[in-house]
Write a protein that binds this ligand. Sequence first.
Ligand code: C2E
Ligand code: MG
Ligand code: MG
Length: 572
Amino acid sequence: MNTILIIEDEPQIRKNIQQILDLEGFSTITAEDGLEGLDMAKKHQPDMIICDVMMPNLDGYGLIEVLRQKPFTANIPFIFLTAKAENSDLRQGMELGADDYLIKPFKADELIRAISTRFEKRQVLTQRYKTQIEQMESEIYHLVRHDSLTGLPNQLFLEEYFNQNRLQAYNQNQFLPLLLIDIDFVYHTQLLFKPSFKHLLLKDIAARLNELNSPDPIIDSICYLQTDQLALLLKPVQDSQVTADIAQQILANLSKPLIVNKQEIVIQATIGIACYPNDALQLGELLTHAEVTIEHYKLDHTHSYHFYNPEILDVIFRKFILESDFLQAIEKNEFLLYYQPQINVQTGKVVGVEALIRWQHPEYGMVSPAEFIPIAEQTGFILPLGEWILKRACQQLKELQAEGLANFKLAVNISPDQFTQENFVQHINDIIASENFNPDLLELELTETVFIQDIELVKNKINELKNYGIKVSIDDFGTGYSSFKYLHEFSFSHLKIDRYFISNVDKIETKQSILKSIIQLANTLKVDIVAEGVETNEEVNWLKQNNCDVIQGYFFSRPLPIENLKVFLLAQ
Ligand code: C2E
Ligand code: MG
Ligand code: MG
C-alpha cells in the first residue's frame, strides 16, 4: 500500500485531505509544519508528499530544498498545495523539484487525479529503470564470466558449467574430461611479444577448436585461463578412448598453421587431461592435475596429449623437494664426484677419467645426475653447481697427481647453460688457475645441443679454450644435432660415441656400419674417439678390431668414488 505524507498547518484542511486519501485506500501520515514534515519524510520515506507552501518554522520551499539534497528523499514525488496562484510562485516550486501543484481550494477528484498521475508516471519510470538494470546485470554477468581480451569464457564460467553438469555425469556413470591445452609457438616472430597478438591467436585457436563441434558437438565449452592456456570441457563420455580420440583430433586440427595478421604461425600443443570424478571431484583440483601433467611431459613430448595419473604428482613433488634442497646441498657436502676411467685397450693404460656427479640426498639416498641435472638446468642452479664440480674435480685429481697416480686427463661435463655464459672461458680459466691445475690435462665435454646456438660465438669460445690449452670433446655423439659442418670447422679433441651405438655392436650389423663410418670420419678429421658405455668383452673386441682404442664403460670399471679410483689405479 502506498503511504502519503500530508504536511499542512491548517488542521481542517489536513484532516479533509487525510479523509479523502484514506477513503481511496492510501495509508496516510501527517505533519503540522515544515520541520515536523522533514523529520517524518526522513523517518518513513513515504511514497509521496503533499505539502502546503506557507507554514510556520520551515515553509514548503525550504522543505523541498532540503529533501531533494538527501539521497533517500530526493526522488519522493512531491505535490505542492498553494493558495497563491501567481505564476512566479508556481515556477519557483517546480524549479525546486516539485512534481505538481494544486491550488486551494481544490476538489477531491482533482487531488486524486494529481496523485494517480504521479504514481502512474513513477510506475513507468520504475519499469524503465528496471529494464535498464536488468540489461546492465546481464552485461555484468557476461563480463565477469568472459575474458575481456579474447572474449572467451573464463574460469568462473567453466566452474559454474562444470558444477551444473557433474552430478548428471556422476549419476549416469560417465566421465567429464577436462582438457588443458598449453600452446607453444614453433617459429617466434616479433609479433608474439605483443600481448594483443597472442590474444588474437588464442581466439583463433578457440575458433579452430569450435570447428570440431560439427556435425556432432563434442566440446561443451572452450575457456581462456589467465595462464594463457585453453581449458576444454568435453561432453560426458563413457570411456577414456573417446577422450583420447578427441585429443588426437584437436592435435591434428592445431597442426595446420594459423594465419594471423597475414603471418603464418605454426603452433605445438601439449594437452593435459584430467577426468571427473576419477581424478578429482572439484574443478580446481582437476585443473591442477591437468597442469602438472603438462608440466611433467612438456619438455620431452611436443604436440602430444597425456592423461593424468597420481604418480605424476609424486614425481613433481620429488622434483620440487630436490629443487628446494639444492642450495643447502652444497653447504652440507651432499654432492660427490665419482670418476670413471677411460682405458686405451692397445696399451691397457688409463688415459683419462670422467668426473660424474652424484647427490647423496638425506631423504632419497643416491640421486642420479640424469634426474637432478635437468632440474638444475631449469632453475639456473647448474651455474654454481658447475663451478663446484670443476673446482672439486681439480682438487681431487691434484691429490692423485701428487701421489704420482694420475698422469692423465680429467674430463668434466659442461651444460649448455654454462657454456652460453658470456664470460664462460674466463670463468673456467679462473677456476683452474686458482686450483693450480694444469690446463693441458683438462677436457670439457659438450653435448651437441650447444651447436644450435650462434655458431660463430661457439667457435670463438672453443678456440679461446684451445689457446689456454684446454681440450673440448663432443659427448653423446650421434644422438643430437650432428652436423658435418661443425665437425669440420671446430677443433675437438674427442668424439665420445654414445652408448646407443656401442651396445651389442658385435651383433647388430646396422650399428657396425654406422660405427665404422663414424670411425672413418674421425680418422679423416684427425679427431680421437672414445667409446662410451662398453659393457661386454665382445663389444671391446669388436671396437679393438675396428681401431677404436679408448674405451669407457662398466666392462672396465663403473664410476668410482675417489678412494676406490685410487685402489683401481694402484692395481694397474
Ligand atoms: P654422460 O656424460 O654421457 O656420462 C656417461 C653416463 O653413462 C654416466 O651416467 C655413466 O655412469 C654411464 N655409464 C658409463 N659406462 C656405462 C656402461 O657401461 N653402461 C651403462 N649403462 N652406463 C654407463 P651418469 O653418471 O648417471 O650420468 C648421466 C649423465 O648426467 C651424464 O651423461 C651427463 O650428461 C650428466 N652428468 C653427470 N655428471 C655431470 C656433471 O658433473 N655435470 C653435468 N653438467 N652433467 C653431468
Ligand atoms: Mg660425459
Ligand atoms: Mg655421454
